[in-house]
Design a protein around this ligand. Structure first.
Ligand code: SAM
Length: 181
């Protein structure tokens, strides 16, 4: 099974498959950064509800618009096609705007939006919506083109929240603060 051109920029299928084993079904999942909706579709098809936060700006980082994710009018069209008839809700905005009106308790948070230190630091604020013992996952951790992800996760999350698993570049934690006393 090859990766289609339209799956570039999406989480590899094996990462989603292992994540699904960790989270199970019947979860309310927030995905920050949904791009063409490929991962959201897989998660929803497995029996979960997904809220996608996606501004359709094609950026990993505002300072460097990425060539791979460059905005084309096909991205939103593909998102709509990929998520049709599934329990997926789109909040078409940047995560730092969407957080102002968000008020749900969620089971799983996937952070895959702005791939910079400040972007991750801001998105970590979304943990306040995750239920105790819910799941928090960071994509593209450890990639050398996105050093800010590792820096922010190591500073604010590692050693503070219970670590569950590395699924290659997907780093998964439980929303349970480690008691270091
Ligand atoms: C790597 S892609 C996401 C891929 C997606 N998670 C998947 O697996 O199919 C990153 C996405 O984050 C979006 N993005 C960038 N900054 C964002 C922000 N502040 N809030 C939400 N999404 C953002 C971009 O528009 C882009 O579509």
């Amino acid at each position: 099974m090859g990766i289609s051109k339209k799956d570039i920029g999406s989480m590899p299928g094996f990462q989603v498959a292992v994540l699904l084993k960790v989270i199970g079904t019947d979860n309310l999942v927030v995905e920050i950064g949904s791009y063409r909706g490929v991962t959201a579709r897989r998660i929803a098809r497995a029996g979960n509800k997904v809220i996608c936060i996606e501004p359709f700006m094609g950026e990993y980082d505002k300072s460097k618009v990425s060539k791979e994710l460059a905005v084309t009018n096909t991205v939103k069209r593909d998102f709509i096609k990929n998520t049709k008839d599934l329990p997926i809700t789109l909040i078409e905005d940047y995560s730092y705007n969407a957080i102002k009106n968000f008020d749900k308790e969620i089971d799983v948070l996937i952070i895959d939006g702005e791939h910079s230190y400040n972007g991750i630091k801001r998105d970590i604020e979304w943990i306040k919506f995750v239920k105790p013992c819910g799941i928090i996952a960071f994509h593209d951790y450890g990639l050398k083109q996105f050093p800010g992800i590792k820096d922010a996760v190591d500073e604010f999350i590692t050693g503070k929240y219970v670590f569950i698993k590395n699924i290659c570049t997907l780093k998964v934690f439980r929303n349970e603060v480690i008691d270091n006393e």
